[in-house]
Every structure is written in C-alpha cells, then in structure tokens.
Design a protein around this ligand. Sequence first.
Ligand code: SF4
Ligand code: MSK
Length: 649
Amino acid sequence: MENTTDVFQRVSDAASAEMLEKAISECQDTCFTRADAQKNQCGFGKAGVCCRICHMGPCRITPKAPKGICGANADTIVARNYLREVSGGTAAHSDHGRHLVLLLKKVAEGKANGYEIKDEKALFYNAKLYGIETEDRETNAIALDLASLFMEEFSSQENSLKTLELAPQKRRSLWEQKGVLPKGIDRMVVESMHRTTMGVDHDYKNLLMHAFRTSLADGWGGARVASITSDILFGTPAPVKSTANLGVLRADTVNILIHGHEPALSEILTVAVADPEIMAYAKDAGAAGGITLAGICCTANEILMRHGVPVAGNVLQQELAIVTGAVEAMIIDVQCCMPGLPDIAKNYHTEIISTTDIAKTIGATHIEVGHTNPMAAARELVKRAIDNFKRRDAAKVQIPKSKEPLVAGFSVDAIKYMLGGKYRASFRPLNDAIIQGRILGVAGIVGCNNAKMKADDYVNVLTEELVKRNVLVLQTGCAAIASAKGGRLKPETALELAGAGLREVCETVGMPPVLHMGSCVDNCRVLEAATEVVAEGGLGDDLASIPAVGVAPEWMSEKAIAIGCYFVASGIDVILGNPFYTSGSENVNAYLHGGVKEDFGACFHLIETPMEAADKIVELLNAKRDKLGINKKVERKLLDMKDRRTHGM
Ligand code: SF4
Ligand code: MSK
C-alpha cells in the first residue's frame, strides 16, 4: 500500500483508516504493508501440497511429481497438514482451559492470592451436571472435585470425555457409531502428531476423521472447560454496556491495553487500575483523567463481558492502537499477539510486556505474572505504565474520535433469563418464534479478521443482511468486535435493521437481534445454546435438525479451523469466507465441502462474498425448516398479552 487513498480497501471503520493513514505517513510497517510485501504467496502452501514432515523433503506435489519421496500423494499430504492445523487450534483453546483449571485448583486449595470463586451458582450447577455431590459440602471441596474432573478430561487415556455427555443423546450416539468420541484432550493432540509424522497414517479419510475427533475434544472439551471455569472464577457474563474502537483511548489518561486470550491476568488488572492509590499515582504523573484500561482481541471480550471494560479493537487493530502514540503499555498473554508489536512500539513510547513463560516476544519486556501474588504483579505492571506516561511524545499523539456504544455479555444463562425472566427462564419463546417463522433461524458469526480481506467488511455486510432476513445472530471473537465497531451491538440500531418478525420477537422479550456471546473459547456457548434449543423441544432431537449455521467470514487462525470442524461434527453447517489450504487434493476438498455431510449431517461451504453467503444461509435454514415441516407461511399479527401467555412468552 503506497498511498492513503487505499486505506478504505483494507479497513472498514474510520478510526482504523485514520491510524493506517498515520502509520503510512510515518513510514511504519503494519500487517497491511507486510501483507502487500507477501502478496505472491506460495501456491504449494495455499494448495496444502507442501510437505516438510521429514528431512527427505520438503516435497511438493506437481503434475510432474505427483508423489513425495516416501510415496505420499496429495491426499495424504493435504490431510496431514489439515489435521495438524486442527490440532494446533485445539491445543491453543485447550491449554487456555487447562491454565484456568489449574488456577481453580489453587483457589480451592487456598493457594491463589487475589483470586476467588466469584460465581458459586455456576460452580454448583456445573458440579451437579458432572455428578459431583454438592449437598452439605464446602464450596472449596466441590471446586477441588470439579477441577480434578476437568484435569482428567485432559489426561484420560481410555475413557471418552465427560463434557461430551452434555450433547444431545442422538448426536452422541452418532459420534459413537462413527468412532469419533474423543478420549483425553492431550491424548488426541499427541495422537494427531503421531499419526501425521512420517510413515504413519496415510489414509486421507482416516486422518480427517481424527481431525473431527480432535476438534470435538476442543469444542465440547477444552474450550468448554475454559468457559465454565472462567464463569466460576470470574462470574457468568450478563448483559453489560460499554464502548468499542480506538476512540476509547484518552489523551488525558494513562492508556493500558491488554491483549490476548486468557482472562486470569486481565481480571486482576481491572481491580488494580481501580485502586485509589494507583489512581492517585497516575494523576501525580500528570494523567489528569487517571487510567484507561481497554482490550484487544479475546482478552478484551472476556473483560468486556464481565466488567464492561471498553474494547480498543480486534486483531488487525493491535498495531494501529500503538500508532495513536497514546498507549503506555500493551500487556500481552497468549494467542493472536503479533510478533511485530515491539517493532512498531519502539517508534513510539509504548512498552510491550509479555507475561507468561509460554509466550515470549523478542523486543518485549518480560514480566512473569503467575498465580502466587498476581495483585502485586498487576500493580507493578500498572505502575510501570504510569511511569512510562512521562515518555509520551505529544507531537506523535493522534487519537481517533470513533467509538460506538454496545451491549455484550450474552451467556446462555443471560439469554434464558431474557427470554423467560427469573422464574420462567427458558428457550421456549425462541423455539416458538422459530417454529412460527418469525425468526427464520440462528447464525453464529465467529472468528478473526484476515489481512488479505478488507477488515470487518464481510462480517458487517453479512450481519446486517441476515438480521434483515429475520435471522438471529450470535457472535464471538473478533467478529463480535467488528459488529461492535460498526454499531450493530447497539440494541436500538440492530432493531432498526431487523426484519419485521425478528424485530417483533426481540422487542417483545427485550433482546437485541445481534448477541455478543464472548471470546473464541466461548464458541462452545453457541453449541450450548443450540443444545438448549434441542432440549426445549419442537425443533427435532439433534443439533443437525435445528435451523442453525456457523459462519467464519474472515477467519485466519488454526483455532478457527478447529471451531469449524467441531461445528460440522456437531451437525451444524459452516460457511467459510476464505478457503482452507486443501485445494491440492480433490478428495480432501470434496469430503470437507460435501462428503462429510453423510457422516455428520453438515459440511463446509466456501462462499467468498457476504451477499452470496446470506443467500446460502437462508437456503440452508429453509432446508432445515422444510425438513421439520415448519416452513408454512404464518399470518403476521401483533401479540397481545393473552397470545404471549399461550405461547409461553
Ligand atoms: Fe517428502 Fe514424505 Fe518426507 Fe513428506 S514425509 S517430506 S512427502 S518424504
Ligand atoms: S482473537 S483467534 S483473531 S477471533 Fe480470539 Fe480474533 Fe481469531 Fe484471534
């Protein structure tokens, strides 16, 4: 990108455009300029036919060399690469879950200063769900048992995951019949590495089945464990107001950004920045407004949902936030934190601080936080940022004005409560609205941004179009932040966009048509909501029967592939806005985008434009509705109180 007229081809919102222009005028490298430098990306890599699994290679498949040195063909190589990607994604979500379980154990043992069990109700509810005795027992004893049970989910060698028991019976039977019930999460990931090393599993279908098996260990296992444990430790999210985009940064405050995925540190930071002594320290340093704590990526989503902490941006805005010249510290934990951050930070005064041994970056300051005295560590981090405020160069500061109000925090509990109130909390009104045709179905729009696409554009166009067509939209991850920045998480705006049926339902129950459900690991909440819909009745007895789809419009991470796989294995079709690296094998490609439907009742659909995706989603939802026999035209009428009682609303 050489000139500023191009910026709106790369980003959608005014704040990002302004910062990208500033970065260009200040000759700063960002992911956008580096994407330009990488524009002729390797065709073998994109087709998935490059193999460097052993050192006879690297081998690449061409018409003249259709096999690698060992004899592996394109099917084997592509499927092996795909399985390794799914395993990478599963490992990331699950390790995040493991860290939280270890923290829960320490809390229960009284060894984690500064942390506590914030949501006892969630602890008791989940303990009961997994058959742990709760009557007349100490909270910590129950927490310890649940932590042990969750740890067993990682290490189980012979038994399949207990978390799978939460899925509808019919789906579990199908998984059993197909032989994809995962054993322990760690075992699944290790087995993936074993199967894909030189000379082991060469049957593309067998490899792909293990990809689906491993992904189930993510969505119903590691990710689920992460969400449940976060709710117990930090509170189950409930609707909360906040704001999003780079305009949340302030010239008169010390600005601290927290970026990554795991909420343990960010939770403590929300407490540390509110400490009057720390606030006074900031004011003494010349920051009249005190401190602004804001988030990037999924750590942002975690503290947004639980504390209303503002969101500075999604994944492609991490460098643009630094370009404001107004960020004293960016504190990073794990996942999606670009290694290029220290390079751009050194041109401003921002200090990049890494906080965990498993995620270090050259050029960042490393301060290990751990669980021993996290409050002391958090205070040190905040004070460090305050001290850095003095180094801010006023001449380099330019904070965009754009920020949008939003409502987030729609956990399954919160949705149930909205739908039925405290005493009748239930998914019944949603099921009825779907059956009556006022809501066509549900779409989960999830996943990242990708520097190869115009950031947020696909997400925003699709969200608007689906809502218009009476599709209830659930969102997580960077896609949810895209909607927030686009003003679509503001209930009034979203309601104005909504079709008549969806709008009527949302107004009746007081629910917005676009629901922010959390971070990447919280995609399991989407499955949990779908399971509630099945359990409520009237829409079939399996996840595959309900009118629901998943969409990853601008995905880029291995984690998104794992998420897509567990949605498909759960019977929910997934639309991809950009392709897998599987085109080099006709067999693998055909199976993922079609054949897998025979096994799990769903498959992937590659659709690269949002309007075509909207058409396809409506087609898929209607096909499910036809099958359920609920696609009759209903006469639209406004409901009075008597009707609502009849319909359980
Ligand atoms: Fe080549 Fe086979 Fe080695 Fe892969 S495993 S690098 S295809 S020889
Ligand atoms: S942060 S995995 S870019 S959603 Fe969860 Fe965003 Fe994707 Fe990272």
